[in-house]
Design a protein around this ligand. Structure first.
Ligand SMILES: [Zn+2]
Length: 552
């Protein structure tokens, strides 16, 4: 019976469990909160069990006090995922929390009133039910009533059961504290969440400021004087950057689910590169290599040499960065700031259901019709970034629960239901990305008689239960590295040195893809190496490495 008080702390698990079932938390979020909350409550319960009576009543108050901050943090996380599709440590959330003035905060509350009210209501209901359960549980405690004859609390000191009242609470407390060695666990402690997030946000802002200063110097690199434009007439080059997109889930590359109906319909107009891997399996790492002269053999060049936008500007291009990702801190934001026009369609607190990648299309259309004769436009999508089900509108949820070869194979290989569920959602996101990429090509096709090249590749792939039940960024597997690369050009875009169909068979790693982009931009000079340009007759394949290991 002495174990009853600590053990009832386990009932806390029901709360993150309910959020998980409702789809408002993912496994990692609810798992971390569950682990911390349960240990805190086990410690509280065990401590109360060792106290003099009335233990039940006292314990209930303490347990509610300990549980309440966890309930609040869970409610906040659920709200953020439910309405904005972001995790609580997402840059957009930090920005909304720490970089807004009173007016914006008020606007945010007003604008999202219904969502906030819904989650506050859930919070209150959960707290009430939890408190009620604890009270009911008190009935089973032997602490009240005549069980202890005489009722003198001092007698209890000599009671055998009271001899190790501190052992269990201390054990749970130590386990609770040990979990804090993990940094993401620390962030899941409601009392540490805000201070830690605030510190991190400030650090990000400071680091970005320093990066901004460092990279400003790359604009005056002496070799920049060698940059020249060798093309004839006007031209537009479009570089579309996807996100977390593995080619293993694209029907264009043989995936059995028809995830690329609209791109496939382009037939020979679209060139599919067969053998492409990313240089780095993380967003910043990959884009740092792709958008600057840095490559795997000289990974630090991004700090000293100009990036593609700076070079294109130098060559006379008007440059655009249109992004559906966060853009206030980090290296990618600094690179983006080098564009003549930087537009972020996804703004912290104001981003909601409308944050699907189609918000890129209007600014893209505007950029295409800009009167500048030479344009370099970069689009940065959210693509297949987790959480997948926030990446597409409902009408693209075409693979949910379908019974096809893919789902049968996953089941045969023993995948748990939630891994299959996430695969379905990821494929929906791929289907939507297919639709969106086709829409960007169609906008280019509308510019009849113009010279336009369009190139697409994602930063990296994604592991979506391809090998185990694991879903997410997984550096050790092929799905994380093997990515699509697509090319389209208008009839008027000047022919490349080799036929696109021939180029498409060349093996490439995207750390050197900046060279192909420079080729399309017709930029020559110190930073252009034709041996790395996929469309150059001088192209030579280089050894490729996945996290240091040779590939293939
Ligand atoms: Zn990424």
């Amino acid at each position: 019976m002495t174990l009853f008080l600590p053990i009832r702390g386990l009932s806390f698990l029901a709360v993150p469990g309910v959020y998980l079932l409702l789809g408002w938390l993912n496994y990692s979020q609810s798992g971390k909160s569950a682990a911390l909350g349960v240990l805190a409550l086990l410690a509280t319960g065990a401590w109360s069990a060792g106290r003099p009576p009335p233990r039940g009543g006292g314990a209930t108050v303490w347990e509610i006090l300990v549980a309440a901050p966890f309930f609040v943090l869970l409610a906040l996380q659920a709200f953020l995922r439910d309405f904005f599709g972001v995790a609580h440590d997402d840059e957009m959330v930090l920005e909304a929390l720490f970089n807004t003035n009173g007016g914006e905060a008020g606007e945010f509350l007003l604008h999202n009133g219904r969502g906030i009210a819904k989650h506050v209501a859930f919070l209150v209901v959960f707290l009430l039910i939890y408190g009620l359960l604890l009270r009911m549980g008190n009935r089973y405690l032997p602490s009240k009533g005549p069980a202890i004859a005489g009722g003198d609390r001092r007698e209890l000191a000599g009671n055998g059961a009271r001899r190790r009242p501190l052992f269990l609470p201390l054990l749970f407390l130590v386990l609770f504290l040990l979990l804090h060695l993990n940094p993401t666990m620390r962030q899941s402690n409601p009392l540490l969440y805000f201070p830690l997030q605030y510190l991190e946000w400030n650090r990000n802002v400071e680091e970005t400021r320093k990066l901004q200063q460092t990279l400003a110097a790359t604009g005056s690199d002496p070799e920049i004087a060698s940059i020249r434009y060798v093309g004839e007439g006007p031209r537009t080059v479009v570089l579309v950057l996807g996100e977390s997109t593995t080619r293993l889930n694209w029907s264009l590359y043989g995936y059995p689910r028809k995830t690329n109906p609209e791109l496939s319909a382009l037939g020979k107009e679209l060139v599919r590169f067969d053998d492409v891997v990313t240089g780095n399996p993380a967003t910043t790492g990959a884009l740092r290599l792709l958008l600057t002269p840095a490559d795997l053999s000289r990974p630090d060049l991004w700090q000293t040499k100009p990036d593609l936008l700076t070079m294109a500007k130098k060559a006379g291009y008007r440059t655009f960065w249109i992004s559906n990702q966060g853009g206030r801190t980090g290296l990618v934001s600094v690179l983006a700031s080098h564009a003549d026009v930087a537009e972020f369609t996804n703004r912290g607190g104001s981003r909601g259901e409308g944050s699907y990648d189609n918000v890129l299309l209007d600014p893209f259309r505007k950029a295409l019709s800009d009167p500048a004769p030479h344009k370099f436009i970069i689009l940065h999508m959210l693509g297949g970034h987790p959480a997948f089900h926030f990446r597409y509108p409902r009408e693209f949820a075409r693979f949910d629960g379908v019974n096809d070869n893919v789902s049968r194979e996953l089941t045969e290989r023993g995948r748990v239901f939630w891994a299959v569920l996430q695969r379905d959602e990821y494929d929906n996101a791929m289907l939507y990305a297919d639709h969106l990429l086709r829409a960007t090509i169609d906008l280019c096709r509308e510019r009849v008689g113009e010279s336009i090249a369009w190139l697409f590749t994602p930063d990296h792939g994604e592991d979506v239960a391809h090998y185990t039940d694991f879903v997410g960024h997984n550096y050790r597997v092929r799905a994380m590295w093997e990515i699509p690369l697509l090319f389209w050009k208008s009839g008027k875009f000047l022919a490349q040195e080799v036929l696109p169909e021939e180029a498409a068979r060349r093996p490439v790693q995207t750390d050197t893809l900046d060279q192909t982009v420079l080729g399309l931009l017709a930029i020559r000079g110190a930073f252009y190496t034709p041996q790395r340009d996929l469309f150059s007759r001088d192209f030579q394949p280089v050894k490729r490495f996945l996290d240091g290991a040779p590939y293939p």
